[in-house]
Design a protein around this ligand. Structure first.
Ligand code: B12
Ligand code: SF4
Length: 356
């Protein structure tokens, strides 16, 4: 293929989209690298301390919003998305509304997406290499300081919604993002247009009022942050708001009207392992450290470790309807727990025993 003219680059971009789809990506787009507006929002978000203890969000200066600083020579970003939803809304809603059930975010039920998408992106880069020879690139899936949503929006994959996730008109928001930074001057796609309109459903439903204004999430209040990213104790005033969510939170996406158009995942690897979509709180609380490791092997859940796993479940048990069985299970774990877990168990026991 001759790349010496714009026609050659346009043909290559068309081929990349086709190869990407055969590799399992639902959509592929090309963005330029000017993220000036997103950078302003990012700087503001950091200045307000909305990142909480996620120090990695501020560690890299402007590398996150200036692709050329992260990977010198970058001219374009090939942005991809992959659907991950393994089941329809009814199953999720049932699990969420049953207080003794353990709700785990749908994105984390199967194999860790970082691994799966990285290897597919590498295959896409290899395919481009096979066609045109050596070219400059680097592939990312939430693995480096990259503003994935802003890039995907520019590449036409969807718009950043009021809950701050990327939404696609025909596919909702239950998908992951990944990208290839490249020095190829591919033609740039049209950015996506915002279709949130007057809807405020996500702001209203958010259990912890973490969406403090449209497009602004204060991570310190977000249940996803509290159950996954936060290492220490969960602030006491927020614990009741977690309900039975023990790993991540999907409420703002569950309520989004655009998710009526979401497609179920085509990846077997994203299907629930070890019935993680339908576990009971008492069962997962009873897992030994070894069971935790076995049942979360290859899953994103593993990175929070056994201690935070128990911390989160203790909070959910404190939020469950009062029951002597739950109180007994909490008491039994008291003696062999770390100080962090113990403190959360004591909190849960106080709530369980207060009116028994
Ligand atoms: C940090 C992070 C988090 C943090 C903070 C979330 C956040 N909103 O930033 C926490 C732990 C809370 C989190 C939670 C979740 N995350 Co997360 N997270 C990230 C990460 C690593 C960086 C996001 C980022 O850059 N934040 C910085 C802030 C400034 O960005 P922002 O809030 O999106 O703000 C943008 C706009 O809203 C706008 N903006 C900001 N302020 C203002 C103000 C005004 C007035 C306007 C008009 C606009 C505006 O500009 C900003 C820049 O574009 C990305 C991966 C990556 N490298 O990009 C994944 C990522 C965003 N997460 C993802 C997922 C799946 C989730 C969860 C759904 C997981 C779950 N089920 O628990 C939740 C969703 C919570 C939510 N409502 O955001 C996916 C989202 C896929 C999608 N369809 O969009 C990503 C892209 C990972 C991936 N590779 O797929 N996440
Ligand atoms: S993930 Fe949950 S807690 Fe976080 S913003 Fe969405 S609804 Fe709120």
């Amino acid at each position: 293929m001759s790349l010496n003219n714009t026609g050659g680059m346009a043909k290559l971009a068309e081929n990349i989209k086709h190869w990407g789809q055969t590799l399992g990506f639902q959509q592929i787009g090309v963005a330029g690298i000017d993220l000036t507006e997103a950078e302003r929002h990012l700087d503001n978000w950091l200045a307000l301390n909305y990142h909480g203890a996620m120090t990695y969000m501020q560690r890299h200066g402007h590398k996150r919003s200036r692709p050329g600083l992260l990977h010198p020579g970058t001219q374009r970003v090939i942005s991809v998305r992959m659907d991950y939803l393994p089941e329809t809304g009814a199953g999720m809603q049932r699990q969420l509304e049953t207080p003794v059930s353990a709700y785990i975010s749908r994105y984390a039920l199967g194999r860790d997406y970082h691994k799966l998408m990285r290897s597919r992106l590498q295959k896409l880069a290899d395919r481009i290499h096979a066609e045109i020879g050596a070219f400059g690139y680097r592939a990312f899936v939430d693995s480096a300081p990259v503003l994935e949503k802003a890039l995907a929006e520019k590449a036409g994959l969807g718009w950043i919604g009021k809950h701050s996730n990327l939404i696609n008109r025909k596919a909702g928001s239950w998908f992951f993002l990944g990208e290839i930074y490249t020095d190829l001057p591919l033609p740039i796609d049209e950015p996506a247009v915002n279709h949130c309109g007057n809807c405020r459903a996500c702001l209203v439903i958010c259990p912890s009022q973490a969406i403090v204004a449209p497009y602004q999430v204060d991570a310190r209040r977000c249940i996803s942050y509290l159950t996954i990213e936060l290492h220490g104790p969960i602030p006491e005033d927020l614990r009741p708001l977690l309900g039975n969510r023990i790993y991540g939170c999907d409420d703002c996406q569950l309520v989004c009207p655009w998710n009526r158009f979401a497609k179920l995942t085509a990846e077997n690897d994203f299907h629930p392992r070890h019935r993680l979509n339908s576990q009971q709180l008492l069962d997962v609380f009873a897992w030994t450290g070894q069971e935790f490791l076995t049942k979360t092997e290859g899953s994103a859940i593993r990175r929070i470790g056994y201690e935070r796993w128990l911390r989160n479940i203790a909070v959910a048990l404190g939020n469950a309807p009062k029951s002597p069985v739950i109180a007994d299970a909490l008491k039994q774990r008291l003696h062999d727990s770390t100080p962090l877990v113990k403190e959360h168990i004591v909190w849960a026991l106080q709530r369980q025993l207060s009116a028994l």
